[in-house]
Design a protein around this ligand. Structure first.
Ligand code: HEC
Ligand SMILES: [Cu+2]
Length: 287
């Protein structure tokens, strides 16, 4: 891109300066019979840039689509924005604030949410920027390709300390990352925390296999295709599972009564992430 735009700028300036000198007032240039029409030249300057711009568009669109494409090999990390910090939760239960450690060369997918207002997760060096929106999940996928420390910012004005909301992303060699992940981490895995929430909040009362209530079996739910009472089919991804807990009336599973209560306001973002991680673990698909 730099070479291309540099070349065009150079061409424009060379011709501009040359014309300015040659046709300056008082110069002896030949001004008789100036050409008024040159079809080849006109077609050229219409279609050459058009082709170049379309090629750049396709290139950019492929990169952009890659941010949102599913990738079974990607490691899922939950990121919650709140006034005014980023809180991060890894699958093994390790948490960090205003820092994000990543293994080199490993595809990662961030699942973003917000506790209050809209924030935007921005790592300029990675060219990634994704809004964290209250009430829903957003996600972005990328692969860190270079070890080092990089600036992390909030790119959506979110109140008094918006400018200070940020931190650093550290990309480490996989072995160093694995050590870091285990280091000083007394907490159980996210999935284990989710299992605990599942019992404590009474989900298991309805969803356990031996329950008297007619509720769907949730083992292996993640990634499954779900048929809904209104005829739609959806894929059970993070956003679907989240909505199933907070807005159960919206996507009622075919063959069941809409008796599940909403857990809106009763689960914080950490508990929701833990529950989803637990439901995923029953599929055997890891984090
Ligand atoms: C009162 C019983 C009850 C409780 C408590 C309950 N659920 Fe449900 N749940 C249901 C029923 C019935 C359905 C199916 C109808 C529907 O989709 O609303 C369902 C649907 C779901 C679905 C969608 C399942 C699918 O196959 O697509 C998920 C996910 C879910 N529940 C998770 C939970 C979680 C997590 C909790 C605890 C925070 C919980 N439920 C608590 C009864 C319950
Ligand atoms: Cu913010």
């Amino acid at each position: 891109m730099l070479a291309l735009t540099g070349l065009v700028a150079l061409g424009v300036f060379v011709v501009m300066i040359w014309f300015a000198v040659r046709y300056r007032r008082g110069s002896r240039a030949d001004r008789s019979n100036p050409p008024v029409n040159n079809r080849v030249l006109e077609l050229g300057w219409i279609f050459a840039p058009l082709a170049v711009f379309i090629a750049i568009f396709v290139w950019a669109a492929v990169v952009y689509a890659g941010f949102y494409r599913g990738d079974p090999a990607a490691m899922t990390i939950y990121v919650v924005g709140k006034q005014w910090m980023w809180s991060v939760e890894h699958a093994n239960g390790r948490r960090e604030i205003d820092e994000l450690h990543l293994p080199l060369g490993q595809p990662v997918r961030l699942v973003l949410s917000s506790e209050d207002v809209i924030h935007s997760f921005f790592v300029p060096a990675f060219r990634i920027k994704q809004d964290a929106v209250p009430g829903r999940y957003t996600g972005i996928r990328f692969t860190p390709t270079k070890a080092g420390g990089y600036g992390l910012h909030c790119a959506e004005y979110c109140g008094t300390d918006h400018a200070r909301m940020g931190g650093r992303v550290f990309v480490m060699a996989p072995a160093a990352f694995a050590r870091w992940l285990e280091q000083g981490n007394p907490s159980p895995t996210l999935a284990a925390q989710g299992f605990e929430v599942f019992r404590r909040k009474g989900c298991s009362g309805c969803h356990a296999a031996n329950s008297a209530v007619h509720a769907p079996e949730l083992n292996g739910i993640f990634g499954r295709t779900v048929h809904l009472a209104d005829g739609r089919t959806v894929r059970a991804d993070e956003a679907y599972l989240r909505d199933s807990m907070l807005l159960p009336k919206r996507d009622v599973v075919a063959g069941y009564e809409p008796i599940m209560p909403s857990f809106q306001g009763q689960l914080d973002e950490g508990e929701i992430a833990a529950l989803i991680s637990y439901l995923k673990s029953t599929t055997g698909k890891g984090s």
